[in-house]
Design a protein around this ligand. Structure first.
Ligand SMILES: Nc1nc2c(ncn2[C@@H]2O[C@H](COP(=O)(O)OP(=O)(O)OP(=O)(O)O)[C@@H](O)[C@H]2O)c(=O)[nH]1
Ligand SMILES: [Mg+2]
Length: 389
């Protein structure tokens, strides 16, 4: 008997499924799967095995081909797996077919991300936004949700799913719920607008970046606050936090925002637009990058694309390359970051730091101070800011 049988019942065990198109390297596929595993573990789901199928496009009926599906099914039954997670979004009919064939909970990337957001959201606004996005996601997939409800009520894997009548009732209920949530959000947005107006006349800085790069850690470092939640988990921050920071007598507002990720569900971006208003209204963006991540460049592209989508693509920006402590020393072939500043780029400013090991933090603060001062002087031309040193 393997270890599997010793695992506590409550632990959710999953298998991951991804496609590997011909033009994608094996390393890339593995990296995507690692990210998916990390997402799952953030929800407390343990990954038991991953399945990869060499296919350029997903199978219309069941995402993977028939043979692979049988292979997955056998494994799921043998190892008492409760969830199968697909790295791409599934169409409503794929979801239905897979659930029928595999007889376990089926997740796709979007649902996984939505569930993490649901777990993390703290403020009324974020909670409402996630609920809305989740209902919009579930709406075309109602049969599936119904069978989930069935199971929760103690039914056994209802093969045929619910009757049309029940589904219609559910659909109506969800439609009403979506309307209620939208109204609620409008009201919250109005209050937010008033609050944002009251912040006029103060320079605004927003931390942006891929998830888990260290935004909240930098926020904490700049605010000297302990209560900001930073953790080695994806989407540790879902609500945006705003704090007043003063560097060398120049005040500004700093906001920490939700991290971006490859293939962020579109509904989610839509519903988070008001939270991301912090980003749109910022004078300066601090684009935090985890330079120790093997695909940091791709992550930067995801972030820049999302910023463009939000209409914040051409803002003044400092690129903060974080986690340099994770890189090798110059002797080991790593970079020499001792100066902390790369002046080769003209439109943007780059800085290399370690928020945890506090490397190059003084240079970073000075760079930020110079930028903030410039904006502060535009608002208060008569203000005499002292020199940094
Ligand atoms: N080695 C190293 N780890 C760091 C550094 N900065 C942050 N981390 C770690 O990276 C992990 C993620 O940090 P967070 O600050 O939560 O990252 P985030 O960007 O706010 O993440 P989300 O809110 O999940 O999007 C934590 O475990 C941090 O301790 C650094 O300079 N060096
Ligand atoms: Mg965070």
């Amino acid at each position: 008997m393997g270890d599997y049988y010793l695992t506590e019942k409550e632990t959710e065990r999953a298998v991951l499924v991804a496609l590997s198109p011909q033009k994608q390297s094996e390393e890339k596929t593995q990296e995507y799967l690692d990210e998916l595993e990390f997402l799952a573990s953030t929800l407390g789901i343990e990954t038991s095995k991953t399945f990869v199928q060499k296919l350029d496009k997903p199978d219309i009926r069941s995402f993977v081909g028939k043979g692979k599906l049988e292979e997955i099914h056998t494994y799921v039954v043998d190892r008492e797996i409760n969830i199968v997670i697909f790295d791409d979004d599934l169409t409503p009919s794929q979801l239905r077919n897979l659930e029928r064939d595999l007889e376990v909970k089926i997740y796709d990337r979007s649902l996984l991300i939505l569930d993490i957001f649901l777990k993390r959201a703290k403020t009324a606004q974020a909670k409402t936004q996630v609920e809305l996005a989740r209902y919009q996601y579930l709406m075309p997939r109602l049969t599936r949700m119904w069978t989930h409800l069935e199971r929760q009520r103690g039914g056994t894997g209802t093969r045929g799913g619910a009757g049309e009548k029940e589904i219609e009732t559910d659909r109506r209920m969800i439609r009403d719920q979506i309307a209620v949530l939208k109204k609620k959000l409008e009201k919250i947005d109005k209050q937010g607008e008033t609050r944002r107006k009251s912040r006029e006349g103060v320079v605004r800085v927003a931390l942006v970046g891929y998830t888990n790069v260290g935004k909240s850690t930098i926020m904490k470092m700049l605010c000297k606050e302990e209560e900001i939640y930073a953790k080695d988990e994806l989407f540790a921050t879902v609500d945006s936090t705003v704090r007043k920071v003063v560097i060398n007598t120049v005040p500004f507002l700093l906001s920490d925002t939700v991290g971006f990720i490859r293939k962020l569900p579109h509904n989610l971006i839509e519903s988070f637009k008001s939270t991301l208003e912090e980003v749109r209204e910022a004078d300066i963006l601090l684009h935090v990058v985890d330079i120790s991540h093997p695909s940091f460049e791709e992550q930067m592209t995801v972030v820049n694309d999302t910023l463009t989508e939000l209409g914040a693509g051409d803002k003044e920006m400092i690129v903060v390359y974080n986690k340099i402590d994770q890189l090798g020393s110059p002797e080991e072939g790593g970079f020499d970051f001792s100066s902390g500043i790369d002046t080769t780029s003209t439109s943007k400013t780059n800085i290399f730091i370690s928020a945890v090991k506090k490397q190059n933090v003084a240079e970073f603060r000075r760079m930020l101070f110079e930028k903030v001062k410039k904006h502060h002087l535009q608002i208060y031309p008569n203000y005499l800011a002292p020199d940094y040193y």
